[in-house]
Design a protein around this ligand. Structure first.
Ligand code: NCD
Length: 322
């Protein structure tokens, strides 16, 4: 498999590449259970983290993944950086690049920001979320979670509920899962179900409905999204109404296939888009998703900036202290 130069989205990945990445993540899943979580695989390498938007799990997950592989991190604090003084995105990332990191994981509020940076830097760029466009590592960790629980990604009925319009997670998941023949139902208030999605996947039909009971019928996987108020001029409908119409409750979940999986990329607003009983219930994969994020990001960093001479991830579970 040819080395990935950048990871900007899942749209351009093939099913074969995705399967390869998920397989490569397997030993790193095992590794998270090890009492000593430190490898020397990427010792001497540096991962730049440039998060121009708030982030908890994605940023910490990249930092922890780099550290567990033995790499150092360079951390841009967007709130306190020169961006606040008017420096451009390009000047900021060129400044980071001049300190010679081996790759950059970046998040930005503009769709296309990661591709723009990738076209100007020589080091690999990993998109950790660009505006409303893509969030490929989230889709990969979701796919790993689903594949583990279901055994395969092939032909699943996937229902996505909520604020789909503003969701890069929805786009990346659609692109990825479509490659495995999944069927999609998008559910939410009409203004959050963009028509654009109908043509997004070429010939693959994407069903849209404002009726959650209909959307959940026969679902194997349900992806619940956060209401992204920070990306809206005004909410599509009052939040109490949203709760009544779209909250995933235990009762509604019964309409889905038995044992249907419930995923949420986080941050999760309990009591708004999801009932706590579902969030903490046996069908919820929320915390598994977080743990799998480490495995996916470790595998990616290993594959993208490893020199190829290390003993490797799988075998590279030889410890730094060894
Ligand atoms: C998502 C994001 O930032 O796109 N969060 C995440 O990375 N896990 C989803 C969200 O913010 O709602």
């Amino acid at each position: 498999m040819q080395r990935l130069r950048h990871l900007l989205g899942t749209e351009s990945l093939t099913a074969e590449q995705i399967t390869f990445l998920l397989d490569e993540a397997k030993p790193f899943q095992e590794f998270q259970r090890h009492p000593l979580k430190k490898l020397a695989t990427l010792r001497g390498k540096t991962v730049a983290l440039a998060f121009f938007e708030p982030s908890t799990r994605t940023r910490i997950s990249f930092a922890t993944s780099a550290s567990r592989l033995g790499a150092d991190t360079m951390n841009l604090q967007a709130e306190t950086s020169s961006l606040k003084k008017g420096e451009s995105l390009l000047d900021t990332v060129r400044t980071l690049d001049a300190m010679k990191p081996d790759c950059i994981a970046m998040r930005h509020s503009s769709s296309g920001a990661a591709a723009f940076v990738a076209s100007h830097l020589d080091i690999p760029v990993i998109n950790a979320g660009d505006g409303m466009h893509e969030h490929p590592t989230q889709a990969l960790l979701d796919a790993l979670t689903i594949r583990d629980r279901r055994g395969s990604l092939a032909g699943l009925n996937v229902t996505i509920v909520g604020d789909i319009l503003h969701s890069r997670v929805a786009r990346s998941n659609l692109h990825l899962l479509a490659k495995f023949g999944c069927r999609f139902t998008l559910c939410g208030p009409a203004m959050w179900l963009p028509r654009e999605f109908e043509g997004l996947l070429g010939d693959i039909p994407v069903r849209r409905t404002a009726d959650i009971d209909e959307a959940l019928q026969g679902a194997d996987v349900i992806i619940v999204l956060r209401v992204q108020q920070e990306r809206m001029h005004e909410p599509a409908l009052p939040l109490d109404e949203y709760i009544l119409l779209y909250q995933l409750t235990a009762e509604r979940l019964r309409r889905a296939r038995e044992g249907a999986l419930v995923l949420h990329p986080g941050p999760m607003i309990r009591g708004l888009e999801i009932d706590p009983a579902v969030a903490d219930g046996p069908q919820s994969c929320v915390l598994e998703q977080v743990t799998n994020g480490l495995a996916i990001r470790m595998a990616l960093l290993f594959l993208m900036i490893g020199t190829g001479t290390e003993s490797g991830a799988p075998k590279g579970t030889s410890h730094a202290a060894d």
